[in-house]
Ligand binder design. Structure first.
Ligand SMILES: Cc1cc2nc3c(=O)[nH]c(=O)nc-3n(C[C@H](O)[C@H](O)[C@H](O)COP(=O)(O)OP(=O)(O)OC[C@H]3O[C@@H](n4cnc5c(N)ncnc54)[C@H](O)[C@@H]3O)c2cc1C
Length: 372
């Protein structure tokens, strides 16, 4: 019997299993997918996560290929409203590291226990001094501790229906990663009457573009993103867009992360709008901070209840902070009429004056996370 079962080999489950194995804990990882996912969702890894993963060597692997984004510029009406300087923060890693999520997952997986793939978990229930995990409804595996890190779809394994309040936003976005041949370390957030257009550098001269969208049909998405880029003078990038993928945003924060020997982390526990760029980072910090406590439990045979209660409080508070920031970003990025847009532009310009810009740099790089 393993010491711990981890459900899900996304970034969060992979990090947890790696950090547990590094501490001598025997872990089984159950993953529904037969192959690792190839698409890119998260691209930013923030300073507190880089600091938390330094001892394991993961940070070096991430930084070997990531772009180090030192500044974020807010633009509107062709003017720069202000600049947020990550490189002026007093941090061990004063930048946001950007790379596609599948590369982050590969860096996390190096040295982590190999997951059992094609193993869809269909049930999780406490039983005596352990947890029984059902796989494909025809096999049961038991372990003293089980951690569900299966993304939002796995919530139903743990919480009763309606137990986690999910708030969908009406906003829709389009995104594409485009080869631009431009190598720089500047993130640009353009906010105009048509809504937000974000542009983030990626390794290899590529950039991630994200724009607000009213919900274009699939066939029109590429052209809608190209039009948004052309409207901001980004003609070369527009020419590089082949297709765009659409995504919606939701907010959900679970009421609790632990029930005795069962834990919930990552997107299963909290979903925040990607327009904050912190969802994966929140989950990685859940895992990095939980691993030493679980390893202590396994080593001593006694639950470190005080430490676990503190862990749960801090992670829930951090998720709420990130969700608030993501909600603010989402509402600031909506289309507006000319007068409201002018008011928004002036408000942003003022907010980006010192010391506001420094506070925003701190917030956008997860400086307010309780475990930063
Ligand atoms: C467009 C977009 C952009 C984003 N950008 C950012 C960003 O820049 N920064 C950021 O921090 N976050 C970002 N995010 C959020 C980020 O992608 C997620 O927060 C992150 O992937 C969550 O990781 P996870 O491991 O908790 O869940 P997942 O990545 O969903 O992984 C869960 C894993 O569990 C497996 N699984 C699910 N159910 C079961 C089951 N029953 N049995 C076995 N296995 C199961 C799944 O197959 C999957 O492999 C973005 C999200 C989107 C959609």
């Amino acid at each position: 019997m393993p010491d711990v079962i981890v459900v899900g080999a996304g970034p969060v489950g992979t990090l947890l299993s790696s950090e547990l194995a590094r501490r001598g804990v025997e872990v089984t990882v159950l993953e529904r997918r037969a192959e690792p996912g190839g698409g890119s969702r998260a691209i930013g890894v923030h300073s507190p996560v880089l600091a938390a993963l330094e001892a394991s060597g993961i940070t070096d692997r991430l930084l070997a290929s990531a772009v180090r984004v030192s500044r974020g510029e807010a633009r509107s009406g062709g003017r720069t409203l202000g600049v947020v300087r990550f490189d002026r923060l007093d941090r061990r890693f004063p930048f946001v590291a950007t790379l596609p999520q599948h590369e982050t997952e590969a860096a996390l997986a190096e040295g982590a226990p190999v997951p059992r793939r094609g193993a869809a978990v269909t049930g999780v229930r406490p039983e005596g001094r352990g947890i029984r995990v059902s796989v494909h409804e025809d096999e049961d595996v038991v372990a003293p501790l089980v951690i569900v890190a299966g993304g939002w779809r796995a919530r139903e394994l743990v919480y009763r229906p309606g137990g986690v309040r999910v708030r969908p936003y009406a906003d829709r976005y389009l995104m594409a990663d485009v080869a631009t041949g431009r190598d720089d370390d500047l993130a640009v957030i353009g906010i105009d009457r048509g809504g937000v257009l974000e542009s983030f550098p990626l390794p290899g001269g590529r950039r991630r573009y994200v724009t607000w969208d009213a919900g274009s049909p699939e066939a029109d998405r590429g052209e809608r993103l190209r039009a948004a880029l052309r409207a901001r003078g980004e003609h070369a990038a527009a020419a590089g867009v082949e297709t765009a993928t659409a995504f919606e945003v939701r907010r959900a924060i679970a009421p609790a992360l632990r029930r005795d020997r069962l834990f919930v982390i990552g997107d299963t526990a909290h979903e925040v709008s990607p327009i904050g760029g912190q969802g994966m980072n929140l989950g990685l910090l859940d895992a990095a901070t939980l691993a030493p406590l679980l390893a202590e439990w396994v080593r001593t045979g006694a639950a470190p209840d005080a430490g676990l209660a503190r862990w749960e409080r801090r992670r829930l508070a951090s998720a709420r902070n990130a969700a608030r920031l993501a909600s603010l970003n989402t509402s600031l990025g909506r289309p507006l009429g000319p007068v409201a847009n002018a008011v928004r532009r002036e408000g942003l310009r003022l907010a980006l004056l010192p010391p506001g810009a420094r506070m925003l740099a701190h917030a956008y790089s997860m400086g307010f996370d309780r475990d930063a």
